[in-house]
Design a binder for this molecule. Structure first.
Ligand SMILES: C[S@@+](CC[C@H](N)C(=O)[O-])C[C@H]1O[C@@H](n2cnc3c(N)ncnc32)[C@H](O)[C@@H]1O
Length: 331
């Protein structure tokens, strides 16, 4: 899912990409460098992000040779700036001494630029290498990550809390998977405490939400106000019949009957009726990102409806619940 989230952000923001390579804990692809701020700000499962400078076999001699031949360090490190080099080992089996590799590459950068100065904490420029799949992939790290990692977003720091709340990281990821951008209008028809609406609002989307419970609608409003996000509309309504039309993005988390009320109906019925209704008001090419328990077979529901299943991810929450995060596109 973390890789799919990045791809979805690139598509949503209109960046072309090619040559995707998936390594353990690393996604490499070719795209416009201007995508980095968007990806860094939006992606919830991203740890680091940057520009690849070189790659080679994960062997000390090879790394030493590659680093000493590399002529582009001066492009990233300007006069008077400090820098650090960090190497992360993803494959625990590798016997490479990461500290030694950091020193080898740091020395090569100093020799090449002549003006850099090493500073391990708070450097101006951070270089990062990842040892994965018998390769070292080395690059410039974006230091402006985690703009959205706001501690106030923690569920318990919000004015309204309910145990059915979706964690901010997952809510953000679902919003991203629905390929929204700041000009999208996002609907959550099972909005609960408003987590999904909040994440969409923080990306700059216009948001509309509804829930069958008055308490939840009031709670959502309180939470959104706390973050100074103004919904275009927030209603008490059944998700199978909403006063909206021409919606392009729906991101939602219907009730499973564990921590949230189904109002005495079966989860499968609620989801089927909702998808049936939404198919009518969703614009052609529009996306629905929905979280459902894996006991519900989405293919069966979608068979008669005009949706394409874009992607499907399983998330084990605990022994008795595995969620499926499903992205549908209206044909
Ligand atoms: C899993 S919770 C949503 C949690 C939300 N994503 C959050 O993070 O707070 C499901 C919500 O669906 C609402 N609900 C149940 N049946 C509904 C229906 N038929 N139409 C609309 N909302 C409904 C419940 O009141 C509950 O708030």
């Amino acid at each position: 899912m973390p890789y799919s989230e990045i791809i979805a952000i690139l598509e949503a923001e209109g960046f072309l990409y090619e040559n995707e390579e998936i390594f353990p804990q690393l996604l490499c692809l070719k795209s416009n460098v201007k995508c980095i701020p968007s990806v860094s700000y939006r992606a919830s499962f991203l740890k680091d992000c940057g520009i690849e400078i070189f790659r080679c076999r994960a062997e000390e001699n090879e790394i030493t040779r590659k680093a000493s031949e590399e002529n582009s360090f001066g492009r990233y490190l300007l006069k008077g700036q400090t820098f650090s080099v960090r190497i992360k080992k993803v494959e625990t089996g590798s016997s490479i001494d990461t500290g030694k590799i950091e020193r080898i590459i740091g020395k090569a950068i100093l020799e090449k630029t002549k003006y850099g100065r090493v500073q391990l904490s708070n450097p101006n420029i951070s270089f990062l290498g990842v040892l994965t799949n018998n390769l070292l992939i080395f690059g410039l790290k974006n230091n402006n990550l985690s703009l959205h990692r706001n501690p106030l977003r923690r569920p318990k720091s919000r004015p309204f809390f309910h145990p059915s709340i979706m964690m901010p990281k997952l809510a953000r990821c679902m919003v991203n998977l629905a390929r929204v951008n700041s000009s999208s209008l996002v609907l959550d028809p099972f909005c609960g405490t408003g987590s999904i609406l909040l994440e969409a609002g923080l990306i700059g989307c216009e948001i509309v939400g509804s829930d069958l419970s008055l308490q939840m609608v009031k709670g959502s409003r309180q939470n959104l106000e706390y973050f100074k996000i103004q919904p275009a509309s927030l209603l008490i309504a059944d998700a199978k019949c909403l006063p909206f039309h021409k919606i392009a993005r729906v991101v939602t988390d219907p009730p499973y009957g564990i921590t949230s009320s189904t109002f005495k109906r079966y989860t499968k019925t609620i989801i089927s009726e909702f998808l049936f209704f939404i198919a009518d008001i969703l614009m052609e090419g529009g996306y629905v990102a929905i979280s459902i328990p894996n006991s519900i077979k989405i293919k069966e529901i979608c068979e008669t409806l005009n949706y394409r299943i874009v992607e499907q991810h399983s998330l084990r929450e605990h022994r008795s619940l595995t969620r499926e995060i499903i992205v549908l596109q209206k044909l």
